[in-house]
Design a protein around this ligand. Structure first.
Ligand code: 7PJ
Length: 281
């Protein structure tokens, strides 16, 4: 199980894969709005970012049209389609790249699958109406992420008995539903969901147990890039100051068994992973 079947393409997981984050939302927490001018998405700027990420060594590009930062409100399916599909088309027309779509919406899953998407990345683990069916129909790999509550309220009072057991049990239950819906086990990626309804202590308990997630036999995706847990650990308010911390945590996640690293800073993370890989013998 060292690769994922992404339609006609393959995502090799023999070494940790880097997923470059491309947010096409005007309000994401770290890079929100930087691809926008006059509240319009700047497609050429977006393609430039994607081109750079691919040059720097991204293995897959993650396009998202819904901000899920703490406090964010949900977007209507049509608005999400309008944001994501033109970018997906532009990217797949221009580059021979793997593209995952960060969405929870069945219409977006179905439309993206028909237009060359390579993977479905859902922070709601395919819990929305029709999402699991649309994902099964697509035959694409799916990433199931854990979140407690919804973005609007998730950071108000995250509460767990045993965070590791609860998150693992949730992901394994979602996996069961996926299998029942006809999704192949070898196409399921799991993600503890750092920062999604979790305090710093919860995040660290999960981070230090990445190997336990990897023991499920599924590839583990980790997204800590520029998140507030890094800011909290070393007192950095500004997300641009969190790059080194993000790279270090991505490397540590890989060393604990994570197979896909979802990052903003592809060049820096690639270097860290390549140095680690090339010192192994
Ligand atoms: C994650 C994500 C994550 C997965 C976001 C941000 C917030 N998808 N989408 N895992 N985070 N699978 O851009 O940091 O951690 S949105």
């Amino acid at each position: 199980m060292n690769s994922l079947r992404c339609g006609h393409k393959t995502l090799d997981l023999g070494r940790p894969a880097i997923m470059g984050i491309v947010n096409v939302t005007p309000d994401s927490f770290s890079d929100g709005g930087h691809l926008f001018s006059n509240s319009q998405l700047n497609i050429s700027k977006t393609l430039q970012l994607v081109e750079n990420m691919l040059l720097w060594g991204a293995d897959i590009i993650d396009i998202g049209g819904e901000s899920t930062r703490p406090g964010a409100v949900e977007v209507a399916p049509q608005q999400e389609l309008d944001r994501v599909i033109p970018v997906l088309e532009a990217v797949t027309t221009r580059f021979d790249a793997l593209v995952s779509i960060d969405t929870s919406t069945s219409a977006v899953i179905a439309e993206a699958a028909g237009r060359g998407a390579s993977m479905i990345n859902d922070v709601r683990a395919l819990t929305r109406d029709g999402a699991i069916e649309a994902a099964a129909e697509s035959k694409l790999p799916v990433c199931l992420m854990h979140m407690q509550n919804q973005p609007k309220t998730m950071q108000l009072a995250p509460t767990y008995g045993d965070v590791l057991t609860e998150v693992l049990d949730f992901l394994l239950l979602r996996k069961k539903h996926c299998l029942e819906a006809g999704i192949d086990s070898s196409q399921i990626v799991l993600d503890p969901g750092f920062g999604f309804g979790k305090t710093l202590a919860h995040n660290l308990s999960l981070f230090n147990a990445i190997d336990r997630f990897a023991d499920t036999g599924h590839p583990i995706l980790v997204g800590v890039s520029r998140k507030s847990m890094i800011g909290e650990l070393i007192s950095l308010k500004n997300t641009d100051d969190r790059i080194t911390g993000s790279v270090v945590m991505a490397l540590m996640a890989a060393q604990r068994g994570a197979k896909i690293l979802r990052v903003h800073d592809v060049r820096e993370t690639r270097q860290a992973i390549d140095i680690w890989e090339s010192t192994k013998f």
